[in-house]
Design a protein around this ligand. Structure first.
Ligand code: ATP
Length: 219
């Protein structure tokens, strides 16, 4: 059985787009992850309600990952009643995979800079490594102005220089990785559809077909 780290990519995926997929692909390759688990949120605690149902967001993630052996979908958060917290999801996964298997929580830079607002965020480091991908609009050089002190302290003390260090311990490190800069967001796609412009080439055709068949995001 593989002992390589399992990547976890949580998100609203409202809808999933090439920014998410490219992040997962590049981090899977650069960290030599066993696979990446996409975990769509149910009722996200950090932001307004998603525009479409958890069932639709889950279905779109399923379509988007089809055919990629490195990707799987995990529906646990969409099934949970009430607000879902990543710390609870990671604790569940930790119980399933055992104490020694490395877990890697994959985050875009914007999500990382918000980390200290997450429920019981200090516990995340006991459960997984944190892998931060570059994202346009959140340049690494400007992070120190945007990172609250408690997060800056964790970042300073936990940074690993080598991505492969994530294989050597089950949790606790932070690593920052440059990926292709794709300035795509779900907000941009929703705005595009609402203004009757095509979001084609920002997300997989299969996901766009699903959106159009159900007339999602039109208003
Ligand atoms: P919205 O526009 O609705 O806020 P989003 O496009 O940021 O959505 P989320 O589902 O909130 O998508 O993001 C899930 C994760 O993917 C987060 O960690 C986020 O930082 C990361 N991510 C999303 N888009 C990109 C991108 N273009 N480049 C790098 N990381 C990204």
């Amino acid at each position: 059985m593989s002992t390589a780290p399992i990547g976890i990519l949580g998100g609203t995926f409202d809808p999933i787009h090439f920014g998410h997929l490219r992040l997962a692909q590049e981090l899977a390759e650069k960290l030599k992850l066993d696979h990446v688990r996409f975990i769509p949120s149910g009722t996200p605690p950090h932001r307004g309600a998603p525009r479409v149902s958890a069932a639709d967001r889950l279905a779109m993630v399923g379509l988007a990952v089809e055919g990629n052996v490195l990707f799987t979908v995990d529906d646990r958060e969409t099934k949970r009643a009430g607000p879902g917290y990543m710390v609870d999801t990671l604790a569940e996964l930790r119980a399933e995979v055992g104490a020694n298997r490395p877990l890697a929580l994959l985050l875009g830079a914007d999500a990382f800079l918000e980390l200290a607002t997450w429920s019981r965020w200090h516990e995340l480091f006991n459960l997984a490594h944190i892998v931060v991908a570059h994202r346009p609009g959140f340049p690494v050089g400007a992070w120190h102005n945007r990172m609250p002190q408690p997060l800056a302290r964790e970042y300073a003390s936990r940074t690993m220089q080598q991505p492969f260090a994530a294989h050597l311990a089950p949790a606790g490190g932070v690593v920052v990785i440059a990926i292709a800069a794709l300035d795509i967001s779900a907000t941009m796609i929703r705005d595009c559809i609402r203004s009757r412009a095509s979001p084609r080439y920002l997300l997989p055709d299969s996901v766009l077909d699903y959106i159009q068949a159900r007339r999602l995001y039109v208003q």
